[in-house]
Design a binder for this molecule. Structure first.
Ligand code: ATP
Ligand code: MG
Length: 143
């Protein structure tokens, strides 16, 4: 499998619960490497644009309010098959359906407040990484 990059967000509930270290620990234990990271507090315009694919969904306004309710950690993760691996570590969107031992099963309160975001494919990963990071922000591992 190819080396991929994917965009990861620890959402406001995850930051509030002080889970940054625990979430990163799980990514690193799963073989993913953090190659860029920063904390930011999204504006409604940013959150709305990031989740524009969901703009016709009934939960869109609540999703934007949630994503702007506190700071988030945005990161780029790199590794073999990183896009799928990251989503496996996160678990299903709805924590009630997420496999035991996944981040969402262990820590998420609801289908909306579900601690983490991960890109869902190669095209979205490229777009989402470019949404938050310039090429020069990404630090390839040289050792
Ligand atoms: P994400 O894109 O955040 O990684 P996902 O790909 O698992 O999550 P999507 O279907 O893309 O799920 O939904 C994006 C986000 O919108 C979800 O993570 C969740 O916060 C929220 N969401 C999704 N479905 C619902 C729903 N039925 N009710 C409320 N919020 C929802
Ligand atoms: Mg999604």
């Amino acid at each position: 499998m190819a080396i991929e990059r994917t965009l990861s967000i620890i959402k406001p509930d995850g930051v509030q619960k002080n889970l940054i270290g625990e979430v990163y620990r799980r990514f690193e234990a799963g073989g993913l490497k953090i190659v860029a990271a920063r904390m930011t507090h999204l504006s409604p315009a940013d959150a709305g644009a990031f989740y524009a694919v969901h703009r016709e969904r009934p939960f869109y306004n609540d999703l934007v309010a949630y994503m702007t309710s506190g700071p988030v950690m945005v990161s780029v993760l790199e590794g073999e098959g990183a896009i799928l691996k990251h989503r496996e570590i996160m678990g299903a969107t709805d924590p009630k359906k997420a496999d035991p031992g996944t981040i969402r099963a262990d820590f998420a309160d609801s289908i909306e407040e579900n601690v983490v975001h991960g890109s869902d494919g190669a095209d979205t990963a490229r777009q989402e990484i470019a949404f938050f990071f310039a090429g020069t922000d990404i630090c390839p591992r040289t050792r």
